[in-house]
Design a protein around this ligand. Structure first.
Ligand code: ATP
Ligand code: MG
Length: 360
């Protein structure tokens, strides 16, 4: 007798450029995973909240857009941004309001060199660079606080104020410590620029010292962000879990993605740890206008993000199965051009679907 499987309502926002290609690929893989697993099902709803729509009608999402999203179990996001629309308009028109309104104060960005993928670091092979970057996702340099004075004149002044709050810092540290504690090495590195910034980053240092006392089993250290880029490149094996501000972690995770093979493989999860609202899963790459519509985008970052979504919904075995399927495909050298392969998006997607049948 088969027990009834659980149905999850997933809203997809493919967005722009290759966001559309990789979302389609991720949906195909998720459908396959659900069918083979038999313990859950997905019901997909697509929202065409793209830059093209913005240009036609003047907004990305409708006025009740955020309320619409709240009705789903999870959000799957492709990419947003197009050359004709300034990036700050697309970010503030779509993704940042979603992160802010749905309590997604954590952005988790795991890295690992997958089987069959070559790191540009010569001593790093499969399984290395096994890091989790925990990005503060709600404040800091992305607070949107500031303004412009005399913008049209030569003496224009613009301020971009970083906001850091005790509540915001404590909650991201707790999440990072819990993440570090759940991993074998139990090691957390906290990144700031507290030598050059006298307030916000100093508060990060102070609160880190306080919270460290709650987690005596977790080994900790502190790095300045500039030195951190050197350590990631020259001493990568000394790192495990990393916590940093919104801006610093954004930069460090692009570096981490490049070191693990390509920006096209890296996933991210925008989480509301309280689970009051749906969390959102998206590859870290952007819309890549240069390769949009060519069918050659690497869908691995999208698949890995899908695996993280499945994990968040509570299906660890299926998530691990999807990761194994992905790595079987990269190991078989079925890879896109950014990974020095010759396969297109569709071929990689079909290969992953086939592997899902084998591994689950
Ligand atoms: P964003 O502002 O959203 O971060 P971006 O302008 O930084 O976007 P991306 O779109 O992330 O840039 O990509 C930079 C370049 O990396 C692209 O132009 C493309 O050549 C390559 N790239 C990104 N993602 C992929 C992918 N999934 N597959 C293949 N190449 C990719
Ligand atoms: Mg970028």
């Amino acid at each position: 007798i088969r027990t009834k499987s659980r149905v999850f309502k997933i809203v997809t926002i493919p967005g722009d450029g290759i966001g559309v290609d990789i979302t389609e690929a991720a949906v195909a893989v998720l459908q396959k995973l659900a069918a083979v697993s038999g313990t859950f099902e997905f019901e997909f709803t697509e929202k065409d909240w793209s830059s093209k729509k913005y240009q036609e009608r003047g907004y990305y999402m409708p006025e009740d857009g955020l309320d619409q999203l709240k009705k789903f179990d999870a959000i799957y996001f492709g990419a947003v941004g197009w050359p004709d629309v300034p990036d700050h308009i697309s970010l503030w028109g779509l993704i940042l309001p979603i992160r802010n309104a749905l309590g997604q104060y954590v952005n988790v960005r795991p890295t690992r060199v997958l089987r069959g993928i070559t790191s540009p670091l010569k001593d790093c092979g499969p399984g290395d660079l096994d890091w989790v970057i925990v990005r503060e996702n709600s404040e800091g340099e992305y607070a949107g606080h500031g303004g412009t004075t005399h913008g049209a004149f030569s003496h224009a002044i613009a301020t971009e104020v970083s906001i850091f709050t005790r509540v915001g810092i404590e909650r991201i540290f707790r999440f990072a410590f819990e993440t570090a504690r759940s991993r074998p090495r139990k090691k957390l590195t906290m990144v700031t620029k507290s030598n050059a910034q006298r307030h916000g980053m100093v508060l990060w240092d102070k609160i880190f010292t306080e919270i460290t006392k709650e987690y005596p089993d977790v080994e900790t250290d502190k790095m300045l962000v500039d030195a951190m880029t050197v350590r990631m490149t020259l001493h990568p094996k000394t790192l495990d879990t990393i916590v940093a501000t919104n801006l610093h972690a954004d930069i460090l995770s692009d570096l981490a993605a490049a070191l693990s093979g390509s920006i096209g493989i890296a996933p991210s999860s925008n989480l509301d740890p309280t689970r009051e609202f749906p969390s959102m899963f998206e590859p870290i790459h952007g819309s890549a206008p240069d390769i949009a519509g060519k069918g050659i985008a690497n869908p691995i970052g999208a698949f890995w993000s899908a695996a993280e979504m499945v994990r968040w919904l509570g299906f660890t075995e299926a998530a691990d199965g999807l990761m194994a399927a992905i790595e079987n495909v990269t190991e078989a050298e079925i890879k896109t051009k950014d990974l020095a392969g010759a396969s297109d998006t569709k071929t990689v997607t079909e290969a992953v679907c086939k592997e899902i049948e084998k591994v689950l």
